[in-house]
Write a protein that binds this ligand. Structure first.
Ligand code: CIR
Length: 254
């Protein structure tokens, strides 16, 4: 697997009104902008050509572009975010994605899908059933994937916003997985890196072309990932954590 491009969107000032369950206070907008800049630099350092979309104050959560589309090697699927306040975010993403994809599919209401719930492993996609992604939405995505000779399966999740809040694929059959999903039958054949509860936020780490970006301040998972032979880049994303957002949420990679 190799990623050559990414799409990100500058955080908007209105992000302070974004959706959250975190109880960490309001984000500091200026600091968020700085952290976002460093994030872009890290993607570039991993060899990605980054398209930077302008901020959109109409959508407080619009910097979390990952949720709005699933970009596969064969097609792009524009999602239908589960939270109604986020649905309009897909418009600018569809426009950006259409520069790179001819095959663009769409999830339609009443189906809902946040792509933060979808973990790509080669040509198979695990889809978390969450408060944002319903079974009908997951099935629509699986049907689309089948049409392009790819496959999908669902995973029930609890106590997490998205599937990728708790498990992420680091290539070479390796996953970083929280205690909550540790014993999940569907994940038993992977080489698992255990993310303890006190570092659960850092399970949302990002493999990019042989390097792994990890949230700053989580030494145990950092060491475990380094032991697998990966170069680790740490980034502070505290202002996005305040909105339940992690590293993967801030970009679309393809
Ligand atoms: C939300 O609740 O939708 C945003 N505040 C955070 C979205 C994070 N996205 C992700 O995990 N893929």
């Amino acid at each position: 697997m190799k990623f050559s491009k990414a799409i990100v969107k500058i955080p908007c000032e209105n992000m302070v009104n974004g959706l959250t369950t975190a109880n960490l206070g309001k984000p500091d907008y200026k600091l968020a902008l700085k952290q976002h800049e460093k994030y872009i630099e890290a993607l570039q350092h991993c060899g990605l050509d980054v398209t930077i979309l302008p901020f959109d104050n109409n959508y407080p959560d619009s910097t979390f572009v990952e949720d709005t589309a699933l970009l596969t090697p064969e097609c792009a699927i524009i999602t239908m975010p589960g939270d109604p306040t986020r649905r309009g975010e897909t418009e600018s993403i569809k426009e950006a994605v259409s520069k790179y994809y001819n095959n663009i599919e769409q999830v339609n209401l009443p189906m809902t899908v946040d792509a933060g719930d979808i973990m790509m492993i080669g040509k198979h996609f695990y889809i978390g059933l969450s408060d944002r992604t319903n079974i009908e939405g997951a099935n629509q995505v699986i049907n689309i994937l089948n049409k392009y000779r790819m496959s999908g399966s669902t995973i029930d999740i609890n106590n997490m916003l998205h599937l990728k809040s708790g498990v992420n694929y680091l290539e070479n059959n390796i996953i970083a997985v929280t205690e909550e999903l540790w014993d999940h039958n569907d994940l038993k054949d992977f080489d698992k890196i255990r993310v303890d509860n006190d570092e659960a936020y850092a399970a949302n780490c990002l493999w990019l072309n042989g390097k792994v970006i990890v949230a700053d301040g989580f030494p145990k998972i950092r060491n475990l990932i380094e032991k697998k032979g990966y170069e680790v880049i740490t980034l502070c994303v505290s202002e996005f954590e305040k909105l339940d957002g992690g590293l993967s949420c801030l970009s679309l990679r393809f």
